[in-house]
Design a protein around this ligand. Structure first.
Ligand SMILES: Nc1ncnc2c1ncn2[C@@H]1O[C@H](COP(=O)(O)OP(=O)(O)O)[C@@H](O)[C@H]1O
Ligand SMILES: [Mg+2]
Length: 186
């Protein structure tokens, strides 16, 4: 089996929901980046992906959560925060634009930029400071314009059914380990 296929199997194992629903995807890795397409069969699969992302989240990381309304951006952000042991209520930042969480490992700010019309407003939301201090999960990153860091992990969600989603993921190489780590290796 080629390394490429081996990687696919590892990620597939890692993201398989407990009830054994098929999770299929293709993935390529290079020295500079991680690219993956993952089929999320249900909510449990999205939560498993959130846990994977939480594992790799470091100070300075931006996670761009793309996709239409209702595709699961907030659900995935919640899964990441829950995996970092946030026990408090996690509201959507639709109106507050940003919510801050002191998680078990680092400070994480959760943004929803849907209502931001001018990227200059993001200065006021402290994205730069957020990334100096900790990490940022950003819904509607398109509204950040040039202020979105080039090295953001980009997760684009598409609804493929009532419970199923597709996630197209691209990001820098440091994400490979967290996103490919098998459950058996933990
Ligand atoms: N596999 C899945 N992944 C994420 N959300 C799902 C999934 N299946 C169903 N849903 C539902 O879709 C909705 C997604 O809403 P939300 O996370 O607020 O979306 P967004 O933030 O992208 O607008 C929630 O009601 C969630 O329960
Ligand atoms: Mg949302």
């Amino acid at each position: 089996m080629s390394d490429h296929l081996q990687g696919i199997n590892l990620l597939e194992d890692a993201l398989r929901p407990p009830r054994g629903h098929a999770t299929r995807h293709t993935m390529t890795t290079g020295s500079q980046s991680f690219t993956g397409r993952i089929t999320l069969a249900d909510l449990a699969a999205t939560e498993a992906l959130g846990a994977r992302i939480a594992t790799g989240l470091r100070v300075g990381d931006a996670v761009a959560l793309k996709g239409d309304l209702g595709t699961g951006k907030t659900t995935l952000a919640r899964a990441i925060l829950r995996a970092l042991a946030v026990a408090e209520n996690i509201p959507s930042p639709t109106f507050t634009l940003v919510q801050t969480y002191e998680t078990s490992r680092l400070v994480v700010r959760h943004y929803d930029l849907y209502r931001v019309e001018d990227p200059r407003e993001i200065d006021e939301l402290g994205l730069d400071e957020a990334l100096e201090e900790g990490a940022a999960l950003i819904e509607w990153p398109e509204h950040a314009g040039d202020l979105l860091p080039d090295d953001a992990l980009q997760v684009a969600l598409v609804a493929t059914g009532a419970q199923s989603r597709r996630a197209d993921i691209i990001g820098p190489a440091h994400w490979i380990a967290a996103l490919m780590e098998s459950d058996h290796a933990r």
